[in-house]
Design a protein around this ligand. Sequence first.
Ligand code: FE2
Length: 510
Amino acid sequence: MKRRDFLANLSCTAAFAATVPNVWRVTTRPRLADDPFQLGVASGDPTPSGGVLWTRLAPKPLEPEGGMDGQRVVVTWEVADDDGFRAIVKQGRATAAPELAHSVHVDVDGLAANRWYFYRFRSGEATSPVGRFRTAPAANTDVPLRFAVASCQHYEQGLYTAYAHMAREELDLVTHLGDYIYETAAIPGRTRQHVGLEIRTVDDYRRRYALYKADPLLQAAHARCPWLVTWDDHEVDNNYGGVFGENVMESEEQMRARRAAGYQAWWEHQPVRVPRAKSWADLDITRTFDWGSLARFFVMDGRQYRSAHACNQGSDTVPCGDWADPSRTMLGSRQERWISDGLASSRARWQVLANQVMVAPNDSDPGPVTRVSMDQWSGYPAARDRLLRTIAERAPNRTVVLTGDIHTHWVNELHSDFARPDRPVVAAEFVGTSISSGGDGSAAANDSQSSRNPHVKWFANRRGYITCTVDATAWTADYHTLPFVSRPDAPIETPSRWRVTRGRPGVERL
Ligand SMILES: [Fe+2]
């Protein structure tokens, strides 16, 4: 920059500051109408030396700006060895700003590897609830991992009892695979939520997160251990792909604006180490996460970069339209290359794909035709072939795919080529059911689990989650279910347990 331009810019800034004096004023003594920590605390994306600590100031969570009145507020944070905070090991200050919904993301560093810590925030006279989090093991150390897989928590369709049980488990981590919020809400007296009732602006999405985050059971699960979060469609719009929304009347420009609103609110409300984008409509959330030398997680984004659906957004008989076109993509070419390179170069014993929609095909037509979901990987067969070939060539039988989206539990074996089922199994796919979406569910068996879909090994239509226990040689997946979510206090059940032995194809029921 030339010196003259610099001075001109400086005088502009000075003039601006003089006319709007309060914009940059940061206060340590905010005026708060109520407890600003009603949305709880969270942690995520742990490293061997730290992790991201999160909160959001919102004394009136459902009101505009969460009741913060445009104040710019100093928040102090503390990390301690004990939950009484007698032995504080790190502390600092952050600013909660109105343009980021008074969210706070502290990327704390300098802690010891493979250890539990406690954290809390303070603002003015208020102190947050205490959260517990842990650092990841150091690189090149082989430490077992126990974590939960969650997804799909429609607020109006069921209670978060699953999180009450999850919060009682000893877990190192929770992986959330998306549909953390829903852009539609059941309106009393209406049978079907229609597009006109959907949220669109960043303030709409913020209010929706505030509603969900206010739930004490969800807060308890966040406060218990770090999370690793990705998104699916409902963080923006049902079944969207790239810039194509559910409603075909919504233009690409409108969808980009909606993406920007949804992505920004997601960033503001999640404990993620995701750099802010120049434009919120293009927020890259893909990242790896290492658990020592045991596991490398690839946190995927199956929404932002995908091609438009072929034929329609529901299920369809195939082939149809441009369904099989090899140029169609689920992940986009950059993300495909990232996974392919990552599977080749990772030295971890297990490769974990934190994925959105089901990879295994599910032919739902009992007759001779094949009918599959066009929103799942089955709707993008060439992209699925590329993914499975990559796994087969680079990390066979040490890759596990974790999937959400469809509100039911599945155990699938992934073959290197589903067009030729005699091809070997190269990975396991554990599909976790919803936390609440879909309501109570039923005990009915799945008619898809038949000779049409021999790679589907188990299925259940109940709400719940999976816990995975991983060591150097074996991966165990425990499938948990709740008999109901329409009333409180459902017990937790474990109807099925599965094991993958590293280096050996297929899953084994325990
Ligand atoms: Fe969902």
